[in-house]
Design a protein around this ligand. Structure first.
Ligand code: SF4
Length: 319
């Protein structure tokens, strides 16, 4: 992808072992699907699978960077391409809509839009917008706002945030025609992978969203400790082989439900696929080069054609 003389490079993979120290001290983080800035760190939502659990005390988000300076650093980043590079804010260490954090999220949006930048701008949340905020987002002139709402239906002792506000947010976004993707992750065997839960998520996705992104629990030592504290037995998830098997099993269940109920909502394994679908562009991380590993049969035909003729159904994963 090319803007002027600058070419957007594919994003690299995050480290296999994710932990609280990852990216510490970096003003601009180069995550797998976007460049992100985190003026705030720390989160009060208390999810027990959070890999940033020790970064800052979780009970209260703390301001660690001036928002305007962070925006400037983002624009100056060597991998930033105007109007191209997907961006995000306050997503990997906090929730962008927490009361303490929200003003910084909207300040950055305003700053980028006022510079006439038309980059995709992703907000990831478990919280909700009010009507004025939705109206503001839908009236932006340049930035392409895309919302990822986390909706895992995990029990509240693992993920305490209530679901009903998130579902309301999804409906409001749909009404305002702001693209929205459901993050159905982490999916943990026996906790939120029943047929009825899968059907519920996919049905909401089909009715109100552009896509659903799935993902298994990514285990680390820190997450293992957090889950243990809450009395959750996660033995099965230890070891790369086990984790792969579990991911494959969960994937198969989701594809079965998708087929059984004749659903057509696009389901992806990767955020960049959902973003590419919304932007009507080939996957910017070139994931189509390895369809067996990256692509599900639930990627729509039209998108597969955009990505590459190589992504034939024959080569795609059926779970
Ligand atoms: S074809 Fe593969 S890489 Fe392209 S959007 Fe679909 S799932 Fe992603």
């Amino acid at each position: 992808m090319n803007i002027g003389t600058k070419v957007m490079k594919p994003f690299t993979n995050e480290y296999d072992e994710r932990n609280s120290k990852m990216f510490e001290g970096q003003l601009v983080e180069h995550l797998t699907s976007w460049l992100t800035i985190n003026p705030y760190k720390g989160c009060s939502l208390g999810c027990s699978y959070c890999f940033r659990v020790r970064w800052y005390p979780s009970s209260k988000p703390k301001k660690v960077h001036n928002t305007q300076e962070a925006v400037e650093a983002l624009i100056q980043h060597p991998d930033f391409v105007p109007n191209e590079t997907p961006l995000s804010i306050n997503n990997s260490s906090t929730d962008c809509l927490l009361p303490e954090v929200k003003h910084s999220t909207f300040e950055a949006i305003q700053a980028l839009d006022s510079k006439c930048l038309a980059n995709p701008f992703v907000l990831i949340t478990k919280l909700h917008f009010d009507e004025d905020e939705i109206r503001y987002l839908s009236q932006l002139k340049y930035l392409k706002i895309i919302i990822f709402v986390s909706l895992s239906f995990l029990p509240r002792h693992i993920e305490p945030t209530l679901n009903n506000h998130r579902i309301k947010t999804i409906k409001m976004l749909s009404h305002a025609k702001i693209p929205c993707v459901i993050y159905y992750r982490p999916i943990i065997m026996t906790l939120n992978d029943s047929d009825s839960t899968i059907k519920k998520v996919l049905t909401i996705g089909q009715r109100y969203c552009e896509a659903v992104c799935i993902g298994p629990l990514k285990m680390s030592t820190e997450i293992s400790e957090q889950l243990n504290i809450r009395g959750i037995n996660i033995e099965a998830y230890h070891g790369a082989n086990n984790a792969n098997l579990i991911a494959h099993e969960i994937e198969s269940k989701i594809l079965e439900v998708h087929k059984k109920y004749d659903l057509h909502v696009p389901v992806f394994k990767h955020s960049s696929c959902a973003l590419s679908l919304i932007l009507k562009s080939p996957n910017y991380n070139f994931l189509f080069k390895n369809p067996q590993r990256n692509c599900l049969v639930t990627c729509p035909e039209v998108q597969r054609k955009i990505c590459q003729p190589l992504t034939s159904k024959r080569k795609m994963s059926h779970g």
